[in-house]
Design a protein around this ligand. Structure first.
Ligand SMILES: Cc1cc2nc3c(=O)[nH]c(=O)nc-3n(C[C@H](O)[C@H](O)[C@H](O)COP(=O)(O)O)c2cc1C
Length: 346
């Protein structure tokens, strides 16, 4: 068997990056159990493909919060992209614009939101909420002005596991990746509130006038609370295994979340998505889109903007090919590909 392209991509990135930076991107929290299991959990999905269907035309375009994208795969927010490539978030944004891909920008991005907006990419802001809620108000205003069309509130980061100052001295890190914070050195600006509640989601919606997506949900009961609080979408994620090690794999819990709130809100998923078959597994379970984190960082490290475009084209082509083999003409048509009587993933 040939080496899978994903393995070769990560190996090239590893060769190119300083060891500490590669580890910062690749590692998970604790013993890395959750990170290691993420892709494997998707690969346990088994499909019951359709046959005798006309699959000449496959329609991949996907509408999320009212905007249409090329395919149900987006770019997850990741910090420190300028350590992967000198063009960092700008290269990622240009690749998103060139491929009509949804871009989610970390609030700890090393590029001004205005520059990201100028690329023409359709983008959402990812937000960490600090203890002092007022500290992020200027950042939210800037993002709205620069054309962000939704705010993704990350709710699974009560502890900061990976310390960027292991990669570079703290003041350099701050200068590189907190350029959108009015006062990056303000006490508590980089902290994450321990008393985050659903009222915070409503507050962000009122401040910005934008739809709110909640990222980091792993349980149907939490998803229900978020849906009842009026969020536009729930993003099932364990932060790439970078927060609580031994958290469940997203592939193993997505179905139960979809069952609980799939009729009420849009649903997204990330964690271990590495190729077209993982994307089919996600949409078959009811995801409106999936997102890639590390894969995009590795592509950025290896090839900058062109590297990310190549990755997104490849994922699109693999998804199209896999849907065709499954006898499906669109991502929505893939619902039901995972038979109800098959053992659940995991
Ligand atoms: C290096 C790195 C930095 C990240 N930074 C953020 C961030 O700033 N905000 C956030 O919500 N998630 C962040 N994440 C989590 C991703 O958005 C995403 O949930 C995760 O990477 C998906 O798993 P995957 O890497 O297996 O695709 C980060 C992940 C990595 C690997």
């Amino acid at each position: 068997m040939d080496e899978p392209w994903q393995v070769a991509l990560e190996a090239s990135a590893r060769e190119k990056l300083p060891p500490a930076v590669y580890r910062y991107f690749a590692d998970g929290a604790g013993q890395g159990i959750t990170t290691a299991e993420a892709h494997e959990a998707w690969s346990r999905t088994r499909f019951a493909p359709h046959v005798l269907r006309d699959v000449r035309e496959i329609e991949l375009s996907t509408t999320l919060l009212g905007m249409t994208y090329r395919a149900p795969v987006g770019l997850a927010p990741t910090s420190l992209q300028r350590l992967a490539h000198p063009d960092g978030e700008l290269a990622m944004a240009r690749a998103a614009a060139a491929t009509r891909t949804l871009l989610c920008v970390s609030s700890n991005a090393g590029t001004r939101f205005e520059e990201i907006g100028d690329t023409g990419a359709s983008w959402w802001l990812q937000l960490y909420v600090p203890d002092d809620r007022t500290l992020v108000e200027p950042l939210l205003e800037d993002a709205v002005r620069a054309g962000a069309s939704a705010v993704v509130v990350t709710v699974d980061a009560a502890g900061t596991r990976v310390r960027a100052d292991a990669v570079e001295p703290l003041d350099e890190v701050s200068a590189r990746y907190r350029v959108n914070h009015a006062d990056p050195a303000a006490p508590g600006a980089a902290g994450h509130a321990f008393d985050l509640g659903v009222h915070d989601l409503d507050r962000v919606a009122r401040l910005t006038g934008l739809p709110v997506v909640v990222k980091g949900v792993l349980r149907p009961d939490d998803a229900r609370r978020c849906a009842d609080a009026g969020v536009a979408a729930v993003w099932v994620s364990n932060h790439g295994g970078r927060q609580l090690d031994r958290s469940v794999a997203t592939a193993d819990v997505f179905g139960s979340v979809a069952q609980e709130v799939g009729d009420a809100v849009e649903l997204y998923v990330d964690g271990g998505i590495r190729g077209g078959l993982d994307l089919v597994a996600a949409v078959a379970r009811g995801a409106d889109t999936a997102f890639v984190g590390r894969l995009a960082l590795f592509a950025l490290a290896v090839g900058g903007e062109a590297g990310v475009v190549e990755l997104l084209d490849r994922l699109r082509d693999e998804l199209q090919d896999s849907l065709r083999r499954a006898g499906c003409v669109s991502p929505a048509d893939a619902r039901g590909l995972v038979p109800a009587d098959a053992p659940p993933a995991g």
